[in-house]
Design a protein around this ligand. Structure first.
Ligand code: XMP
Length: 326
């Protein structure tokens, strides 16, 4: 029988054997996968681990604070935050192709870590322990969908697997590689990570960068961030977090439609709500969110976000649609 305690004990032993006295950097993204993989590695090797959180400017409202404050308080993990929004947005300027966005974001992630590695190297050297490893919160479905698990075709290059550059000079520690999401959550609870983090819905590494259809700009990110925060708050208030696996909120930045507000004609952008129910993200169905909840979300978004004049609902299962739009 599957047991979280056994998996933890097994992984701790494995991680200790793999790492020895070396130092480890962890890719903390704010999501449950990286939070749990980092806590697991911390459990195994304590302060040999430094967690690095890259603020790539593609985060949702409040996410940075949640990591810097709540996660650090609950785990005691040593954390360094990198302010990389300018760099990421600079590289994303003019880019609209989804795969290209994913590759750029994945590449810049690794570069940010390598920057931190250089910054930490002197300190580690003084203690005679080089930084050799990078923790990744890769799950089994990520491995399969990136073609790494079973030889299936590459559907999307997930930045934590397929998007890695060739010149990567870390060895990877991926303690969740054989696990599904519900198992990862069980392990997180067993490790004492607060429910607010362990129960979090999945959020892709490339963040809001793959939820803007079109070029990613600071202004568009601000629009999407507001709409996303409204949708999340309403779904939570309606008690739907258990039923909904995740709800991507997508800005169709290159689409405009005519609307009317007060006395004036508007020409704004649509926001797509993509609530899905799923067991493991490999397949999904669109969630039948009650109409009154959808109405509240739509009213609030169009009232509070001036650039958005239309809210639409995605009623496609996976397959044929993926969960994310890019
Ligand atoms: P799709 O869109 O392929 O998404 O149906 C399946 C699940 O994976 C998440 N996702 C990602 N997670 N890095 C991640 O860590 C990525 O590049 C990435 N792309 C998609 C998505 O949110 C869903 O839960």
């Amino acid at each position: 029988d599957w047991n979280a305690g056994n998996v933890i004990a097994e992984q701790i032993e494995k991680i200790r054997a793999q790492v020895g006295d070396a130092r480890v950097i962890s890719a903390l993204s704010g999501g449950v996968d990286s939070a749990v993989s980092t806590a697991l590695v911390h459990e195994a090797i304590g302060d040999q681990l430094t967690a690095v959180f890259v603020d790539h400017g593609l985060l949702r409202k409040g996410e940075r604070e949640q990591v810097e404050r709540d996660y650090v308080e609950s785990t005691g993990v040593r954390l360094i935050t990198v302010d990389a929004a300018d760099t990421f947005l600079g590289h994303l300027a003019g880019v609209t192709d989804p795969e290209e966005k994913r590759k750029i974001i994945g590449r810049e992630f690794i570069r940010s870590f390598e920057q931190v590695q250089r910054d930490l190297v002197a300190e580690a050297k003084a203690e005679g322990a080089p930084i050799k490893f990078l923790v990744q919160g890769t799950l089994y479905p990520d491995v399969v969908e990136s073609g790494g698990g079973s030889g299936t075709a590459n559907i999307k290059s997930h930045h934590n697997v397929g998007g890695l550059p060739d010149d990567l000079d870390f060895e990877l520690i991926e303690p969740l590689r054989a696990l599904f999401k519900d198992e990862v959550r069980a392990i997180g609870r067993e490790l004492g990570i607060p429910e607010a983090i362990v129960g979090r819905q999945p959020f892709p590494g490339p963040g809001l960068g793959i939820r803007i259809v079109g070029e990613v700009t600071r202004e568009r990110l601000d629009v999407l961030r507001e709409a996303d925060a409204i949708a999340r708050a309403e779904l939570t208030a309606a008690g739907l977090d258990g039923e909904i696996w995740q709800c991507p909120v997508v800005l169709l930045a290159d689409v405009r439609s005519v609307g009317v507000q007060g006395d004036g004609r508007t020409y704004g952008h649509p926001i797509v709500l993509r609530p899905v129910s799923s067991e493991d993200a490999m397949t999904a169905d669109w969630t039948r969110v009650p109409y009154d909840v959808l109405a509240r979300i739509s009213n609030k978004i169009t009232n509070q976000v001036p650039e958005v004049n239309r809210v639409v609902l995605d009623v496609t299962s996976k397959p044929p649609g993926t969960i994310e739009w890019e």
